[in-house]
Design a binder for this molecule. Sequence first.
Ligand code: 5GP
Length: 183
Amino acid sequence: MSEPQILFSRQQIAQRVAEMGAQITRDFSGEPIILIGVLKGAAIFLSDLARQIQLDATFDFIGVSSYGNRPSPAQELQGGWDSTGEVRLTKDVDQSMADKNVIVVEDILDTGLTMTYLRKLFLAHQPKAFRIAALLDKSSRRIMPIKADYVGFQIPDEFVVGYGLDHAERYRNLADICTLPRG
Ligand code: 5GP
């Protein structure tokens, strides 16, 4: 398989994440927030973003996976994504979100199916505010009408790994965001 190629360096990521943290700090000025990380890809982004937010913040995590139609990682690399599968919950949050300022922290918005599912789930809890922070946005791939409130980087339709993102569970620990050339 081809070697990962750097798309965004660790320095670029650190700078952008600091800007996002500052923006969230300004937007919620003085109010408490709950950061909800979408497992597993957003774990590293959440841990860096949280330390750039100067507010009273708590963490939670949620797990999702797609039913059926998503191909294996090897097929994804060869033929692009097929995100027509439905999304299902594999781990729910541990605390109530009613009347709280909720920020869902996601690694990448691709077709938007996952986040559309999560938005519906969270809004049913009647939070005080609901915002989406996505490190990466592949907006050209969107099939659902959903946007993030905070976006790290817009990216083209490439398969990316590193900084939490995997290919068959590998590469999550790369410090840079890299493309994995389709082989
Ligand atoms: P969506 O439901 O928006 O199509 O997909 C979102 C999820 O698909 C992301 O949270 C991520 O797990 C996965 N995904 C989409 N594009 C990529 C990519 O380029 N690389 C990796 N590693 N995962 C991706």
